[in-house]
Design a binder for this molecule. Structure first.
Ligand code: UDP
Length: 314
């Protein structure tokens, strides 16, 4: 069982939640490597025991230094903005593909042959009939999706060529506390409600997504690390939820002090209508068993947003 863990992108939403989970589940030494492009160093204030290195994955020597004395890497650092990747595919390629290649190559030099990589089903597979699963043919629709597919390919090759334990976890739509800086729908809607603004729904609200609470995702990461698996695994709740249902649940959670009103606009071009995932491979191989009900997860998320609402003024 790895003890010393390097978390790339550890200042982000999933990274900070993962650190909280690891702290309660074992005696880990955690080092974060992050370029502070989105996350802020102060997000680690609640984890004073965590070591922080400010470095960019495009700098191979710094990455190599960051790997010193580590047993395992949890690779969360990525440029995940789909539209930005279409506007500037080269930047996305440099950050995600070159950055991950530098990391893997430095791991080879530093003899740290274990990596868990955050991946995505939606962007890699494109518009396919749900539920999505690992056996589907990848057909990325954006440079971002292509970058994630390339990264999965490099992990597979480092596993087979150099004996790495290398696994890619394809996350569905993750929500939860510590997501203030995210533009994804749950975080965005909660910030709009705090600002007293109406919600905008793109389409008629019937589009379905697989919303999974961040702690369940972090449990999946921990299991992948404990079980030392290689390969690709889809992680999600396994259930579809429409935007209309999501809004109804959020409305229940926030209560009458925050009246919820929604305006309906056209579907956004290029957006997938429905996607959710089949998690049977992860259930069998990782013992993955997401347990947070949507209402409870949204309630916890809203509590966190209320506690941090002073960020509206920052
Ligand atoms: N969505 C919406 N209004 C918003 C933001 C998102 O109706 O202000 C919808 C969006 O059209 C999509 C779903 O919420 O169907 C999830 O969007 P998100 O950007 O979180 O994730 P993705 O589309 O990448 O799955």
């Amino acid at each position: 069982m790895p003890k010393r863990i390097l978390v790339t992108g550890g200042l982000g939403f999933i990274g900070t939640n993962l650190i909280a989970l690891l702290r309660n589940n074992g005696n880990f030494e955690i080092r974060v490597l992050d370029n502070e492009s989105l996350g802020r160093r102060e997000y680690l204030t609640e984890f004073p025991e965590v070591e922080f290195i400010c470095a960019d994955l495009r700098d191979p020597e710094k990455v190599y230094e960051g790997l010193k004395d580590m047993d395992c890497v949890i690779h969360l650092a990525a440029d995940t903005r789909v539209i930005n990747s279409i506007v500037d595919p080269h930047l996305n390629f440099e950050n995600n593909v070159v950055g991950t290649f530098n990391l893997l190559n430095a791991m080879r030099r530093a003899n740290v042959p274990t990596i868990i990589n955050a991946s995505t089903g939606g962007a890699i597979l494109g518009d396919v009939p749900p539920p999505v699963h690992e056996g589907m043919l990848p057909e990325p629709a954006s440079p971002y999706g292509a970058s994630k597919l390339a990264v999965e390919g490099y992990l597979s090759s480092f596993s087979k060529s150099y004996g790495f334990e290398a696994c890619s976890l394809r996350f569905s739509n993750v929500y939860g506390p510590r997501s203030w800086h995210k533009g994804s729908v749950v975080a965005h809607f909660m910030k709009q409600l705090l600002r007293g603004k109406e919600l905008v729904v793109y389409g008629d609200g019937s589009q379905k997504r697989d919303y999974i609470y961040v702690e369940d995702i972090c449990q999946g990461i921990l299991s992948a690390m404990q079980r030392r698996v290689s390969g690709v695994f889809q992680l999600g709740s396994g259930w579809p939820t429409t935007i209309n249902k999501l809004i109804a649940r959020i409305s229940d959670v926030v209560g009458s002090g925050y009246p919820v009103s929604a305006r309906y606009e056209d579907f956004r071009t290029g957006e997938i209508l429905n996607t959710w995932c089949d998690i049977s491979k992860a259930e069998a191989a990782l013992g993955f068993s997401p347990s947070m009900p949507l209402d409870e997860g949204l309630a916890r998320t809203w509590c966190w947003f209320i506690e941090h609402r002073q960020r509206l003024d920052q």
